[in-house]
Design a protein around this ligand. Structure first.
Ligand code: NAD
Ligand code: MG
Length: 411
């Protein structure tokens, strides 16, 4: 058996210290499953969560990290009390400072950035500034502050490796990981089309959170599942691709591929198309990013070509999912516009999950916020956070008005 299969560190290779930000989430869980296959190669140094004390505690019992972070102060105190006798060696930290601290520890070589939403930006940037290998699942941080993010990475020498399955696929199809000088004509981002791909526009109005979260191909956290259902996820991914690979917006096309086997493709000037295929399971891109440039087992079974049936592709189509167009619009506008898009989306998705607004209101809120919010150059992080805060206020206001409209109609 090859050394790789035994999961031991290769001769001369240091054990890699890993911090998993967002350890209690879907990506966090898949990451820990891969890490568990290689106890001699990777050491879990830090695990973080927002406030799920029991889930983080169970993970700490299993993986024995040196640090545990709960962003919520009360949750951190509860965790400390719970851990005192059983896990006395674990240092418990709290707040965004706690996240940034573990992302920059000297004994951490790789940081899995798997917090959901804008809440992940500061800690992901801390990892970038500290020059870590950053395994990037938190696409929202690139959407909000892509220019600043990539410039920080250039300065610190951080390796930003995409975990998002489409971007991981493109990275695998693209020698050198960037478009410049590669003879690339365009990137083809595949999209499953989500649970409502074949629904009529009028039926989308009554969609419930349960229906939106039930993704046909991927098991994911609630926010990204709703994003997939509205197609905003693909919009965020178009922006993510432009920053990661140095592409222009007109070089990134989206193609519906319901089977989610082709994770994305790159078309070259000679009309060759290189695609990456695999089962829809995030452990594959996670293992690829962890071991790059080597390959290790991920625990994902081989693709069964004979059992899988036809692979089909279709155009995005017909305006039922306006969020994708909003994302292209914000990307072309540039500056703080993508941060505004992201903030409006986060507020609207949460309101939908809380049953305050309907499914089709998500796009309506985002469109209105994009139209009403002034944007400026994303000169520094302060400008980005200001745009984020202002867009959140605007979205909340629109949702509040919507609620009072609904109430007055009911009376
Ligand atoms: P999730 O909801 O399952 O998990 C989110 C994690 O972030 C949890 O550990 C939670 O405790 C933590 N968190 C939430 N709010 C926080 C806050 N305010 N401060 C600190 N931590 C907080 O989400 P997920 O599906 O694992 O997605 C994580 C990220 O990965 C998202 O950016 C998503 O777009 C991206 N992503 C996910 C998938 C997937 O298959 N799930 C695929 C591609 C990209
Ligand atoms: Mg994706």
């Amino acid at each position: 058996m090859a050394t790789e299969d035994l999961g031991v560190a290769l001769a001369g290779e240091r054990i890699q210290g890993v911090a998993v930000l967002g350890a209690t989430g879907s990506i966090g869980g898949s990451t820990l499953e891969v890490l568990a296959l290689y106890p001699e190669r990777f050491r879990v140094v830090a695990l973080t969560a927002h406030r799920s004390v029991e889930r983080l505690f169970a993970l700490c019992l299993r993986f024995r990290p040196r640090y545990a972070v709960l962003v919520d102060d009360d949750a951190a105190s509860a965790f400390s009390a719970r851990a005192r006798d059983v896990l006395p060696e674990v240092v418990v930290l709290s707040g965004e400072e706690g996240l940034a601290a573990v992302a920059s520890l000297p004994e951490v070589d790789q940081v899995m950035a798997a917090i959901v939403g804008a809440a992940g930006l500061k800690s992901t940037l801390a990892a970038v500034r500290a020059g870590k290998r950053v395994l990037l699942a938190n696409k929202e941080s690139l959407v909000m502050a892509g220019g600043l993010f990539m410039e920080e990475a250039r300065q610190s020498g951080a390796e930003v490796l995409p975990v998002d399955s489409e971007h991981n696929a493109i990275f695998q199809c693209l020698p050198g990981g960037r478009l410049a000088g590669s003879g690339v004509r365009r990137i083809l981002l595949t999209a499953s089309g989500g649970p409502f791909r074949t629904w009529r526009a009028e039926d989308l109005v009554g969609v419930t959170p349960e229906q939106a979260i039930a993704h046909p191909k991927w098991v994911m956290g609630p926010k990204i599942s709703v994003d997939s259902a509205t197609m905003m996820n693909k919009g965020l991914e178009v922006i993510e691709a432009c920053w990661l690979f140095g592409a222009r917006s007109d070089q990134v096309d989206v193609l519906i591929h319901p089977q989610s086997v082709v994770h994305s493709m790159v078309e070259y000037e000679d009309s060759s198309v290189v695609a990456q295929l695999g089962n829809p399971d995030m452990r594959t891109p996670i293992a690829y990013a962890l071991a790059w440039p080597r390959r290790i087992r991920s625990g994902v079974p081989s693709l069964d070509f004979c059992a899988m049936g036809a692979l089909t592709f279709e155009p995005v189509g017909d305006g039922r999912f306006p969020c994708l167009s909003f994302a292209y619009q914000a990307l072309r506008q540039g500056g703080t516009a993508p941060a505004v898009l992201n903030a409006a989306n986060e507020v609207a998705v949460q309101a939908f999950l809380d049953r305050t607004i309907g499914f089709t209101d998500i796009a309506r809120v985002i469109g209105a916020v994009l139209e009403l919010e002034p944007t400026q150059q994303a000169a520094d992080l302060a400008a980005v956070f200001q745009a984020d805060a202002s867009a959140r206020r605007r979205a909340a206001m629109l949702i509040g008005h919507h609620q009072s409209d609904v109430r007055s109609c009911a009376h």
